[in-house]
Design a binder for this molecule. Structure first.
Ligand code: HEM
Length: 212
């Protein structure tokens, strides 16, 4: 633990010192969170050391942002595991090929049942049908013994080109809502996932918003 802590601190300190130097030399660095933090820290403290955040403070902020963001990610992964918008993928063999020890001739349609694989207790354990974001606490590879068992965005050369955009968009939408409202599921909600091309809640997802 101590070694990891030392390594992370050293890494972050290096990045922060570089940014600090660049900001002092008049280079604007405010196109990311750390840049904004360093710049606003300098502006707010106005040269008064006791008002400024220390490098240690900034290191802790960086760690916090990383872990906090991780938890949102965990929730989104768990939603995408239980309710993947694309419930199966199809492929067609263009020549005779061997897949997992089985020989297929050319022209065979293969269906990859993404939804079933995401719900399979032999892969995810007894709580496979439970909503448990914690299973992703140590990343996708540690959530299951089979790395490729989680593939809401597909896999391989045709993996979804929009996956990072989609995750970022979802996080930004959630953050925008949570800054202004708290919400809970409406009693009128009926859990009925169904598919029309992609997976949807059949009767919508009614939530009750409360202004903060
Ligand atoms: C939660 C949101 C999304 C999910 C679950 C999703 C899922 C997928 C999946 C499973 C595939 C692979 C299809 C296959 O292998 O047959 C795919 C491909 C693709 N997705 Fe997404 N997608 C999402 C959002 C987006 C967004 C926001 C964009 C565009 C900005 C996008 C653009 C594409 C494109 C262009 C491909 C085809 C890539 C190729 O064939 O090379 N997707 N997506």
């Amino acid at each position: 633990m101590r070694e990891i802590d030392r390594k992370i601190s050293k890494l972050l300190r290096g990045i922060i010192e570089k940014r600090d130097k660049a900001t002092k030399n008049g280079k604007t660095n405010n196109d990311d969170l750390l840049g904004l933090l360093v710049e606003s820290n300098m502006r707010e403290s106005n040269g008064k050391v006791n008002l400024a955040m220390t490098t240690e403070d900034i290191i802790e902020e960086c760690k916090l942002f990383y872990f906090a963001a991780q938890e949102v990610t965990m929730i989104l992964y768990e939603v995408l595991r239980l309710y993947p918008p694309v419930i199966f993928l199809t492929r067609r063999t263009y020549k005779e090929m061997d897949i997992g020890g089985i020989k297929y001739p050319a022209g065979v349609n293969l269906l990859l049942p993404l939804l079933f694989i995401h719900h399979d207790p032999t892969i995810w354990g007894k709580d496979a049908s439970k909503f448990n974001p914690e299973r992703f606490a140590e990343g996708i590879s540690n959530a299951t013994k089979y790395q490729s068992a989680f593939f809401p965005f597909g896999w391989g050369p045709r993996i979804c080109i929009g996956q990072n955009f989609a995750l970022l968009e979802a996080k930004m939408a959630l953050c925008t809502i949570l800054q202004r409202f708290s919400f809970q599921l409406s009693p009128s909600y009926t859990h009925a996932p169904y598919t029309v091309i992609t997976l949807h809640p059949e009767h919508g997802a009614q939530v009750m918003l409360k202004k903060l």
